[in-house]
Design a protein around this ligand. Structure first.
Ligand SMILES: [Zn+2]
Length: 143
């Protein structure tokens, strides 16, 4: 087995457990006719020899942002809107007008924003209306 020790210091392709990919290594130690330890030329770490796995790109750094945009989370306003619409399903709609007078829980049909429900009275003349996708502050009880 004298020949095997001559392999030490020679370059070989191995899987680096630190870099998580196949990289050029220097043979650091032999065991019989097999490579026991290899030094990664990239990270300079000596580790147990692992045969190349055919991985030439790091696997740990896959971007995860794409998945998030593909599955948008439910809009919290929309959930609230659906809940309120169910709770107040017996309430008739009123058409919105700045001159109208609205109270909490009134359902409003708005020409631009669609169906909404009064979620909050802000000032005597302002109401917060929950529409399907957005909250809007509307004026009411105008003079
Ligand atoms: Zn490495």
């Amino acid at each position: 087995m004298a020949a095997s020790t001559e392999q030490v210091g020679k370059e070989t392709l191995a899987y680096c457990t630190s870099c998580k990919m196949d990289l050029a290594h220097l043979i650091a130690a032999m065991k019989g006719d097999r490579i026991a330890k290899a030094e990664c030329k990239t990270c300079k770490k000596i580790h147990a020899y692992k045969a190349p796995k055919g991985i030439t790109e790091p696997t740990a750094k896959k971007p995860k942002k794409a998945k998030k945009s593909a599955e948008p989370e439910a809009n919290p306003i929309e959930l609230e809107w659906e809940k309120l619409m169910t709770t107040h399903k017996e309430t008739p709609f009123k058409s919105y007008s700045m001159k109208g007078k609205f109270v909490l829980g009134d359902k409003i049909k708005h020409s631009n924003f669609g169906d909404g429900i009064v979620g909050r009275i802000i000032y005597p003349n302002k109401i917060e209306v929950i529409f399907r996708t957005d909250l809007k502050i509307l004026i009411h009880g105008g003079l």
